[in-house]
Design a protein around this ligand. Structure first.
Ligand code: AMP
Length: 540
């Protein structure tokens, strides 16, 4: 027997329609590329998204067509998200920090019909254009007065919008229709496209907003530092309209000072970003002995958040850290680290020990860890294995079948190695490629990095496996010191005593000016492994 409930499809357009109706006056504030701060409301954003949808129709955009973006977090990017997906086309966010050849590959592979770009990327677009013959038009996200000189024939966003009416009815699409596309920057091979649907996006937004996930509400002021080209700003551009939170977009200025000023000026209560961004912000805070007056919570993920960073936020600034884990293929949220009732009354140290884990699954995400034969491992916080996931907002394949069928028995292999404890909290020990295999045993590079960055002289640290004649691989610690700080190799190695098993202590330390990062702010370990391929360990 079938239930007797209405079958309205779950559509992205319903998020902005809802925000317009129930939170129409709530603000969206953007730091623009042109300079001034821009302010308007959900109602205005919805109006302009409908005008833009009309403009896209006039340009000949059809359902399922891909529309690329090369853009920072800002109001026009937000309008594109809703206009493109809402009319039935596919919003394809491209990471502008990738190499131009990669971007051209991605735009061509996706067959983008139009590409919208922020002024910052005009020189990049000038380079890309000859290599992307399938793109019918490039749209500068600005007004006529600011059109870039190097692209005289670019279309002008504001002119497109101004020429249209806001009379546009969002079509009732199939909820399983493709809505957006984001390529993963795999460390090997070509990037692969993750194709989200309306249904997966709306379900993920519900999940993300839950009290034990990001706990978003109409009382929040949310500043996504995480870019809208990095897995849809972790869903914030959808989850905020779903709850009616005020949105603050930082544009291109992601340095500590700019972010801090926006936090204070707009009374931000919630933010999200990768650890490297918070590193810069905390440094800026420490330099001027500055305080947050409104910030309450921040979600940190994308790479392991070092416990020292969680302590700095919670103890020094009274800001709650929500350590989260996920991936582009997971829309991206998988787990968020929120405490349970059993943790109440525990000491700060005990609570921080839990909070340094990546958290527990949001309803909608199933997790398991398996050994190399695929056998499920126990949830005891000790056994570690390949982390597998499944659920309605997790990819079942890549765009155009790239890379074949990724699933194993219906589960998506994340490529991460993790433990799961009795309470269901996962701890990522490594990317499987980054695990250090020493004498048949595994050493967690993340755990060794976490120890190093707790040292007061260390700004950032990476640990990689280096060839060893006897042990196969041994850990090498690569360190970037804080400006003006001094520390020796011997002091750092001594710092590991009593913090990890003796045989985990790195065999050597190298100091570098700066550590390499990927386009999404993760440590670029492939580069480090190349750089130190022939490094002679003193123990070797
Ligand atoms: P991406 O799809 O580019 O966001 O990368 C996803 C990958 O980032 C995951 O598979 C993990 O390896 C890593 N990652 C994300 N969040 C965390 C975290 N909190 N701790 C450790 N690794 C993380």
């Amino acid at each position: 027997m079938q239930g007797l409930m209405q079958g309205q499809p779950l559509l992205i357009s319903s998020l902005i329609s809802f925000a317009d109706r129930y939170h129409g006056g709530t603000e969206i504030v953007s730091r623009t590329i042109e300079g001034p701060i821009h302010r308007y409301s959900y109602r205005d954003a919805h109006k302009r998204a409908r005008r833009l949808a009309n403009a896209l129709r006039r340009l000949g955009v059809q359902e399922a067509d891909r529309i690329g973006t090369l853009a920072w977090n800002g109001f026009r990017h937000f309008e594109i998200y809703y206009a493109v997906s809402g009319m039935g086309a596919v919003c394809h966010t491209i990471n502008p920090r990738l190499f131009p050849e990669q971007i051209a590959y991605i735009a061509n592979h996706a067959e983008d019909r139009y590409v919208f770009f922020d002024l910052t990327f005009a020189p990049l677009v000038a380079k890309l254009r000859p290599h992307c013959p399938g793109v019918k038009g490039w749209v500068a996200m600005t007004d006529r007065a600011h059109l870039p000189k190097e692209l005289p024939d670019a279309l002008c966003f504001e002119e497109l919008v101004a020429a249209e009416s806001d009379d546009f009815d969002w079509p009732e699409l199939d909820e399983d229709a493709a809505s957006s596309l984001c390529y993963t920057s795999g460390t090997t091979g070509n990037p692969k496209g993750v194709l989200y649907s309306h249904r997966s996006t709306v379900l993920h937004s519900y999940g993300a907003a839950l009290p034990d996930a990001m706990k978003l509400s109409a009382q929040d002021v949310v500043l996504p530092v995480v870019p809208m080209f990095h897995a849809n700003a972790w869903g914030l551009a959808y989850a905020c309209p779903l709850v009616g939170a005020k949105l603050v977009f930082p544009g291109a200025a992601l340095d500590g000072k700019s972010v801090y000023e926006l936090f204070e000026g707009e009374k931000v209560t919630f933010s999200g970003g990768v650890p490297t961004v918070w590193l810069a912000l905390l440094q800026y805070m420490a330099e001027g002995n500055r305080r947050f007056s409104t910030l309450k919570r921040t979600v940190i993920g994308g790479s392991a958040c070092p416990p020292a960073m969680i302590r700095a936020f919670e103890q020094d600034h009274g800001v709650e850290v929500l350590h989260a884990w996920g991936m582009t293929e997971m829309s991206p949220l998988g787990t968020v680290c929120q405490l349970k009732a059993v943790h109440q009354g525990k000491s700060l140290d005990d609570r921080l020990a839990v909070k340094s884990k990546q958290g527990r699954a949001i309803f909608g995400v199933e997790l398991k860890i398996v050994d190399s034969a695929g056998k499920e491992l126990p949830w005891d916080g000790k056994a570690f294995g390949d982390l597998m996931v499944r659920g309605p907002w997790i990819a079942k394949g890549y765009f155009k079948g790239e890379g074949g069928d990724p699933l194993r028995g219906g589960w998506f292999p994340t490529g991460d190695v993790a433990t799961i404890d009795e309470e269901g909290y996962i701890q990522i020990t490594d990317r499987s490629k980054d695990v250090i295999k020493s004498g048949g045993e595994w050493i967690s590079s993340i755990e060794l990095e976490n120890v190093a960055v707790a040292h007061p002289a260390v700004a950032e640290a990476a640990v990689i496996g280096v060839r060893h004649p006897k042990w196969d691989e041994r850990p090498l610690l690569v360190v970037q010191k804080k400006p003006g700080a001094a520390v020796t190799r011997e002091e750092l190695l001594a710092y590991y005593q009593d913090k990890v098993a003796k045989w985990w202590i790195p065999d050597d330390v190298v100091f570098v000016e700066a550590l390499p990062h990927t386009a999404t702010g993760k440590l670029l370990k492939t580069k480090l492994r190349q750089d130190f391929e022939t490094h002679k360990l003193p123990t070797g």
